[in-house]
Write a protein that binds this ligand. Structure first.
Ligand code: XMP
Length: 323
């Protein structure tokens, strides 16, 4: 019979058999899949696992802390955090085009992660032979199956390593669906905020700012997003909505009035959607009182925002994210 306890026991045995006394690396994204995969591997091989978290500065409020503190506290995992905020912001400076932003973020992410891998290899030697990935059953079905290996190429400025390092993949979630992954995560004692996290794009808030991404704008969006999330949670709507992107229209300004003064601020867009698989989505009919509360709080508490608008477009024709 299928129980989370059986799955954990089985996977722990399988991971031990696969990795033996070698070492493994796991990249954490803040999402549920990589966190549960890492927690399983940690349970199986303990300190033979090193987790790497690239802080690109594009996460929502408190998410980096959830990985740095709560994930580590729950699992005891060894974690290397790479603070790459400046690097990402520098690379994104002056860029407004969505696809260009996505490419830059993806490229920088791979570079930073590979650099971290190389440093771990240099410190720990060639026993690092495994890369943990949170691949789920639906991912495998979609891509046609097969286990893989991952190549990273060493950079020219890092000496003493072979040109091409090949990692064998460890994929302990290969047989699981998302809801099962959440159950396993819960059983492993991971924090609720990680286990129940709604989908969040890899490029983070970088693609939720329409216009150039700057530190100031990210901070502003983080505040607005935190308010929306807090109120949705308070209203008990987390399970009902698939996700609710909060978007800053940084290139748009509109006139408002606050106190006795005219303002000329930015709009924030709320994009709550319901969906089964993100391929199609409908806009969520949120209760007016909840929308009113979010709107009042955001315009009162977030400087430079004087308008909150609701996206009432389904997918198609709109995508869930704005970029
Ligand atoms: P769209 O905007 O295409 O989004 O309707 C569909 C789902 O995918 C998420 N999304 C991403 N997830 N990396 C990710 O891991 C990405 O680059 C990315 N872009 C969009 C989005 O949040 C939604 O759940």
């Amino acid at each position: 019979t299928w129980t989370t306890g059986n799955v954990i026991e089985e996977q722990v045995a399988a991971i031990r058999a696969q990795v033996g006394d070698k070492r493994a690396i796991c990249g954490l994204s803040g999402g549920v899949d990589s966190a549960v995969a890492a927690a399983l591997v940690q349970k199986a091989i303990g300190d033979q696992l090193t987790c790497v978290y690239v802080d690109h500065g594009l996460m929502r409020k408190d998410e980096t802390e959830q990985v740095e503190k709560d994930f580590v506290a729950a699992t005891g995992a060894r974690l290397v955090v790479v603070d790459a905020e400046k690097r990402f912001l520098d690379a994104l400076a002056g860029v407004s085009d969505p696809e260009t932003k996505r490419k830059i973020i993806g490229r920088e992410f791979i570079r930073v992660f590979e650099q971290a891998q190389l440093e771990i290899l240099q410190e720990e030697g060639p026993e690092v032979a495994f890369l943990v990935q949170g691949t789920l059953y639906p991912d495998i079905v979609e891509s046609g199956g097969g286990t893989g290996t991952a190549n990273i190429k060493s950079h020219h400025n890092v000496g003493g390593l072979p040109d091409d390092i090949e990692f064998e993949l460890v994929e302990p979630l290969r047989q699981l669906f998302k809801d099962e992954v959440r159950m396993v995560g819960q059983e492993l004692g991971l924090p609720e905020e990680i286990v129940q996290r709604q989908p969040f794009p890899g490029p983070g808030l970088g693609i939720r700012i329409v216009g150039e991404v700057t530190k100031e704008r990210l901070d502003l969006l983080r505040e607005a997003d935190a308010i929306a999330r807090e109120e949705l949670t308070k209203a008990g709507l987390d399970r009902e909505i698939w996700q609710c992107p909060v978007v800053l229209l940084a290139d748009v300004r509109s006139v408002g009035v606050q106190g006795d003064g005219r303002t000329y601020g930015h709009p924030i867009v709320l994009r709550p959607v319901s969906s089964e698989d993100a391929m199609t989505a409908d806009w969520s009919r949120l209760p007016y009182e909840v929308l009113a509360k979010i709107s009042t709080r955001i315009t009162n508490e977030v400087a430079d925002v004087n308008r909150v608008v609701l996206d009432v477009t389904s997918k198609p024709p709109g995508t869930i994210e704005w970029e």
